[in-house]
Write a protein that binds this ligand. Sequence first.
Ligand code: AMP
Length: 188
Amino acid sequence: MARRLLLLGPPGAGKGTQAQRLVAKLGVPQISTGDMLRAAVAACSEVGRQAQSYMDRGELVPDAVVIGVAEERLRQDDATGFVLDGFPRTAAQARALDALLQKLGRGLQRVVSIRVDDDELVERLLRRSRLETRSDDTPETIRNRMRVYREQTAPLIEYYRELGILAEVDGRGGVEEVERRIQEALAA
Ligand code: AMP
């Protein structure tokens, strides 16, 4: 089975949860720029200082900052396999990722796009905002993150379709159900 994967999907589609399931099965690291950026903010590092205001507004952190964070992680020895979650989110990030992975001889093998419609996403995100304390799960930032996804990240679906490595999965229903669909898509 493929060991270098990318999960694509709108905020609330379950990327993080499905990435955790996949890494447990494949024994590869989960690489989530959202988690790394939140850790940087918590540690008050330079990257955290650069990222915080964008994250609080539900905007994308500038490409140069995020690409730097992702690149440093992908160059580590354990990243011969990985599940990328939340990176890339723009065309420039996707190109930077391709160039880096090509240089490292670790090209992406499969991209799984998780599809969920907008009404269900808003409902899920509002539910999550009541359960967790993510400062970017307020109604305004949720709307903003969905708009940002549509405008900047969704076009990557076509980019990976053209590369012939895209699998599309229905993200409705329970975690196990979606996990099973992803496994089927990866086995195909
Ligand atoms: P996530 O946990 O993936 O939803 O990311 C939370 C926030 O971190 C996003 O709303 C962005 O502000 C920022 N972020 C995470 N990954 C990226 C990325 N690849 N490009 C730009 N901003 C990002």
